[in-house]
Design a protein around this ligand. Structure first.
Ligand code: PGA
Length: 250
């Protein structure tokens, strides 16, 4: 099975609605590789407006977070039906910033992924190790444990619908990128875990994205690794030119 190449933008908590609309409009004015799935994960306040723009079919929008419940007394949270009603079809789940600043645990993130899937949203499920763990040489075991703990709640059919993003925390927003070899090592380990747990067909079908200081200058080399199927891009996605260049790096 041919896996999808995906270039996902993670705008994080940046841009006003007006700036976001202008950024999306500028991005879509570029000639974007039609074989790549483009996903713009914008602040929830922006998604409806972005959904109203006429964008090419291969450009989708996504949220950066969701809650597990559909509705109710959960002040400040955003549900999957709400996200879907904006036109978004993806949701980032388990970004390291949410794990670190909002104490989201592996188990809770498994519940979030399950909620997203039950509504037909595609989770971009993030994993990754911090610098201390990398220095100690425990990075592969750490990431496998994150995935095992979250995916324990999911059926095989649900796992098959995920997009996974490996984002080493030490490379996020730091300008320091994992080398293509470091990315490939982890992506291959994730693929091996998926093969062992869910079988070859499912493992070969899941797109695994790399995230952490991806920019036009390094995207081609990273995306060229056999188990890297695209990127989750923060800083470099806030400029239309640089994100377009990344989209066109497959
Ligand atoms: P960065 O962020 O590209 O700015 O390093 C990536 C991410 O956190 O998704």
């Amino acid at each position: 099975m041919k896996r999808k190449n995906i270039a996902a933008a993670n705008w994080k908590m940046n841009t006003t609605v007006q700036e976001g609309v202008a950024l999306m409009t500028e991005l879509c004015a570029h000639d974007l590789d039609r074989d790549a799935q483009v996903v713009v994960c914008a602040p929830a306040t922006h998604l409806y407006s972005l959904g109203q723009l006429s964008t090419p079919d291969h450009v989708a929008t996504g949220g950066q977070n969701i809650y597990t419940k559909d509705s109710g007394a959960y002040t400040g949270e955003i549900s999957c039906p709400m996200l879907l009603s904006t036109g978004a079809t993806y949701a980032v789940v388990g970004h390291s910033e949410r794990r670190a600043y909002f104490a989201e645990t592996d188990e809770f993130l498994g519940q979030k992924a399950k909620a997203a899937l039950s509504h037909g949203l595609t989770p971009i499920f993030c994993c990754g190790e911090g610098l201390e763990i990398r220095k100690a040489g425990n990075h592969v075991a750490h990431v496998m444990n994150q995935l095992k703990a979250s995916f324990a709640l999911l059926t095989k059919e649900e796992v098959a619908k995920l997009v996974i993003a490996y984002e080493p925390i030490w490379a996020i927003g730091t300008g320091e990128t994992a080398s293509p070899e470091q990315a490939q090592e982890m992506h291959a380990a994730i693929r091996t875990f998926l093969t062992q747990a869910y079988g070859e067909e499912i493992a070969q079908g899941i797109s695994i994205l790399y995230g952490g200081s991806v920019k036009p200058a390094n995207a081609k080399e990273i995306f060229g690794q056999p188990d890297v199927d695209g990127g989750l891009v923060g800083g470099a996605s806030l400029k239309a030119d640089s994100f377009a260049a990344i989209v066109n790096s497959f």
